[in-house]
Design a protein around this ligand. Structure first.
Ligand code: HQG
Length: 184
């Protein structure tokens, strides 16, 4: 994605995942916003958005954070919401190992309580440690955790795969977590 589009993409994340009301936008129960309405609401709040810009962000965003409905009349964030939306994600068998990146300072609390959803609808997991490292780094000195997803799944815990390939689950009890490495 072109660097100039990063601020607009961040704006879209804020609106479509967390605060649609900030620009007077309403999402439906599955998190969809009408594209024309989104553009009109954004413009009313002095955000320079049009259909061509949205098309480019949806197509080129590295993490595929947003997707259009089949008829391209609606748009939503593919994951990461804090507001309650039903993305209608299926329960899918995960790979046997998944990773979660966090900050070292959170470890004592995670060890005690497991991984909690915090502000979001799900705990976010990745198939590779590099992604976990990048996510962890956003919070401080990173720590990569290895999740025994095979055992969780065998124990009846549901997993979902978002449209942009992020693995999601409700929580990860501490017994399924071990420190993978301390990269720094
Ligand atoms: C931590 C990005 C203490 C958790 C990424 C994390 C991701 C605990 C933080 C997506 C805890 C929550 C989500 C406990 C969890 N004690 N700390 N018991 N349980 N935590 O931002 O996973 O770029 O809500 O480890 O790619 O960092 O935005 O979640 O550090 O997929 O598209 O609480 O955000 O996607 O932080 O990131 P977040 P996250 P985007």
């Amino acid at each position: 994605m072109r660097r100039e589009l990063v601020p607009i993409s961040k704006f879209l994340s804020k609106i479509l995942r967390h605060h649609p009301e900030q620009i007077g936008l309403t999402l439906d129960s599955q998190g969809w916003a009408d594209v024309e309405e989104l553009i009109a609401c954004a413009n009313r709040h002095n955000v320079n958005l049009d259909r061509a810009l949205l098309d480019e962000i949806v197509a080129t965003n590295e993490k595929k954070r947003y997707s259009y409905s089949d008829d391209r009349s609606r748009i939503r964030a593919t994951q990461g919401h804090s507001i309650s939306v039903d993305l209608a994600l299926k329960n899918v068998e995960p790979p046997s190992i998944l990773y979660h990146g966090t900050a070292i300072r959170f470890w004592p609390s995670i060890q005690q309580d497991g991984l909690q959803r915090r502000g979001r609808l799900h705990v976010h997991l990745s198939t590779d440690a590099d992604t976990a490292y990048a996510v962890g780094k956003r919070h401080g000195k990173p720590l990569i955790l290895q999740i025994d997803s095979a055992r969780m799944y065998a124990d009846g815990i549901a997993f979902h795969l978002s449209d942009n390939s992020v693995w999601l689950t409700d929580c990860v009890p501490a017994k399924y977590i071990k420190v993978c490495s301390n990269p720094d």
